[in-house]
Write a protein that binds this ligand. Structure first.
Ligand SMILES: [Zn+2]
Length: 455
């Protein structure tokens, strides 16, 4: 697969993957990428061929950093050796290894990304991949790499390189704070968020949770991100960011092309036999037991796949989908996207439902007593096989039988997804169904001029 058709004599295509430079002390991978990009853009020999990619990997990995996000920078340069030394230098300076970051940086040179690296990247979206596999891959393909801490960051950095993001994608403009402001309260007028949300919908998303009156674009930690605006193009996310009139003096912003809001981790169909913990996927299945709502307000039920394997599924309270899930009945045909929770002392292995598509509802019936032909009232049973008797007029009917009445189903055959407050980075918002876009090659990508800004 060709990454770019552009080329000039003596220049090489460089792919830099970064991951896990987050730490509790307030650093983040995207900020390290911002600093590196700033350096690269000041170097005349460098031409970016794609926006920086922000790739969210399998969100079910228990040892992930906050968002399990990795970054890839792709550019052409004629001076790659100097450039690469400088990048590694910068990464050393930017991260806080001693306080819990496990950074990985990987650098690959080549016009195309080998198929095995692309497969590795795809697996990292929904499965558990080991550092050892990443290291083997790096050696086989002459990927220059550096890792520190436990080295877990190498997995993400190689996965980011291997993700071409030719399928559905979105954009995020991330605004960064000056270092001296990190850790202080972010001041933002929520009315401005509500306003730009209304003005730019559906081309920006997850700005504001109307149901719970919560601004969604601000992180809450000490990290250098002031806010992030998500949407369908570089232009729209930057123009929305500018509408915010942020009073704090910021370091700048950068636009990422990303798999956020695409459900990219739920693309593989899996059966329930031998399903692995921490993996993600989707399955078309039947409801096998009626949902019960347990303590904490979560709906628990079981589902059966086409070969008959049964597993527990859970719809958690914060998703606001419990009322919907509670209306499911045994035999309903559904498709669910999920992450697999490992078993604990309290629960068996459980699917954590990330979306619910109701495909077919089973007819359900209730049995009621027959009606007295004289009074038009329901009769009472006289006991097993003894017929019925009217409680009003006393009429007996030994031959009467219970009758079946079809009960109305109150669940619609449609797609249900969690409310915005329970969205993960990868969760596809309901309005994005039908808005998917793709690129056949990064040579199609023309970087918009204002994708990077330093104030
Ligand atoms: Zn009667």
């Amino acid at each position: 697969m060709k990454v770019s058709t552009r080329s000039s004599i003596n220049s090489v295509m460089v792919h830099v993957g970064l991951d896990d430079t987050d730490s509790t002390q307030g650093k983040c991978t995207t900020h390290a990428a911002y600093r590196i990009t700033d350096y690269l853009l000041n170097n005349k020999s460098i031409e970016f061929v794609d926006y920086p990619l922000l790739i969210r990997l399998n969100p079910n990995i228990p040892w992930k950093t906050r968002g399990n996000g990795a970054v890839c920078l792709r550019f052409r340069t004629s001076h790659h050796e100097d450039v690469l030394d400088r990048i590694i230098d910068l990464v050393h300076k930017e991260n806080l290894v001693a306080t819990g970051a496990n950074p990985g940086i990987a650098i690959y040179r080549g016009e195309t990304i080998p198929y095995t690296i692309q497969c590795f990247a795809r697996k990292a979206l929904y499965d558990v991949v080991s550092r050892k596999t990443a290291e083997e891959l790096a050696r086989r393909h002459q990927i220059r790499f550096f890792m520190d801490g436990n080295g877990q960051g190498l997995v993400g950095s190689i996965a980011a390189i291997g993700t071409l993001l030719q399928e559905d994608h979105t954009f995020e403009a991330v605004a960064y704070r000056k270092q001296e402001k990190c850790g202080t309260v972010r001041i933002l007028d929520s009315a401005q968020v509500v306003q730009y949300d209304a003005e730019t919908f559906p081309y920006t998303f997850n700005n504001y949770d109307k149901a719970h009156h919560r601004v969604l674009i601000l992180p809450h930690g000490p990290d250098p991100v002031f806010c992030g605006v998500r949407g369908e193009s570089a232009e729209v996310v930057v123009s929305a960011l500018r509408k915010l009139k942020i009073s704090e003096k910021l370091e700048g912003y950068m636009v990422f092309r990303t798999n956020q809001g695409t459900n990219q981790h739920l693309q593989n169909e899996v059966g329930f036999t031998d399903i692995k913990c921490y993996t993600a996927g989707f399955s078309q299945c039947r409801v096998d037991s009626r949902p019960t709502v347990i303590e904490g307000g979560h709906a628990m039920f079981s589902v059966r796949d086409p070969v008959g394997a049964v597993i527990n599924a859970a719809v958690y309270e914060p998703t606001d989908m419990v009322n919907i899930a509670s209306k499911l009945e045994v035999g309903d045909v559904i498709r669910i996207g999920f992450g697999v929770r490992k078993p604990s002392s309290k629960h068996l292995r459980t699917l954590n439902v990330e979306y619910l598509l109701v495909l077919e509802t089973k007819e359900i019936f209730e049995t009621v007593n027959p009606i007295c032909l004289t009074c038009n009232k329901r009769m009472k049973s006289e006991g097993a096989n003894k017929g019925f008797r009217c409680w009003k007029c006393g009429l007996r009917n030994r031959g009467a039988k219970k009758i079946l009445i079809r009960k109305p189903r109150t669940i619609e055959t449609k797609l249900f997804i969690p409310s915005p407050r329970a969205h993960r980075h990868l969760t596809k918002p309901i309005h994005r169904y039908g808005m998917e876009k793709n690129v056949t090659s990064t040579s199609e990508i023309n970087l918009w001029s204002a994708w990077f800004c330093k104030t």
